[in-house]
Design a protein. Structure first.
Length: 276
């Protein structure tokens, strides 16, 4: 027996739009403002499927609801063989409608008003406005992906921490009224390893200045902004201390301790022939 044809439970557009708007409004009321940072791959390793040279150049304003009620989840803080490891996890819920809005091309007129359009045809506004199609700008409309991606970052201003998206659940609420409305983003505290942070947001970009161990951060630059290189084309870097960017680094400590055990004055310690 087929279902009743007079009741449209899964294809009625007005019901879907109403629930969509209610979810967006609820997250705007009870959610938190965060910064979504899409990852840009610089040199991807096809063998291991990773890119240690990733960079983040955009921080998009979005509101998300925190599903955790009693605190962070995950394994928390524990002592591993590599030292203290903190793996706090948090789950953010965001509306699909809001994602579509920040990833849609915008038409911007001379005074800054935005017009969202379905096509690139600007003829409808050509008589009354001087319009420019704007994409890839730093005002939050440079996301080109159709969905949130694993590996992207979320900056949580409440505790000023970065969280990496580990998994995106797109069917958390299973097709109410025949449509999906939210994404659930399972995130873990980001372990920074000298990735480039050039978002234009001071609170985010400062993390790179404070913790990056990239040698190119200390390269010599000329007055005109050009970098100084040697005859072989390699960059010339100035002397720096790793301890200034990594509080856990013990390089200088072990170097000083090694003087008690290793005699560096011997030019050829493996030979019995004296060399002068």
């Amino acid at each position: 027996m087929t279902t009743n044809k007079y009741f449209s439970n899964f294809t009625y557009g007005r019901e879907q739009d109403t629930q969509d708007d209610l979810i967006v409004e609820s997250i705007k009321i009870y959610g938190q403002d965060v910064k979504y940072m899409p990852r840009t791959l610089v040199k991807e390793d096809d063998l291991f499927g990773e890119d240690i040279l990733s960079k983040f150049e955009t921080a998009v304003d979005l509101e998300m609801y925190i599903k955790n009620t009693t605190g962070f989840e995950g394994e928390g803080a524990f002592l591993s063989k590599f030292g203290l490891d903190i793996r706090d996890q948090v789950t953010f819920t965001m509306a699909r409608k809001r994602w579509d809005q920040v990833s849609t091309e915008k038409v911007v007129d001379e005074v800054g008003f935005n017009y969202q359009i379905e096509t690139a045809n600007t003829g409808a506004y050509a008589n009354s406005h001087s319009l420019v199609l704007e994409t890839g700008s730093a005002n939050g409309y440079s996301i080109t992906s159709s969905r949130p991606n694993e590996g992207d970052l979320i900056f949580f201003p409440l505790n000023e921490k970065l969280y990496e998206i580990k998994f995106v659940e797109h069917e958390e609420i299973f097709y109410p009224h025949g449509k999906l409305y939210t994404y659930d983003l399972t995130c873990e505290l980001f372990q920074y390893s000298s990735q480039q942070l050039d978002t234009g947001n001071t609170a985010i970009d400062t993390l790179e200045l404070n913790y990056s161990a990239d040698q190119l951060m200390y390269q010599f630059t000329l007055e005109n902004g050009d970098t100084l290189t040697g005859q072989d084309g390699d960059y010339i870097v100035q002397e720096y201390r790793l301890e200034t960017t990594d509080n856990a680094a013990n390089n200088e400590f072990f170097t000083q301790k090694s003087f008690d055990y290793i005699d560096f004055s011997e030019s050829n310690p493996f030979s019995e022939v004296d060399r002068y």
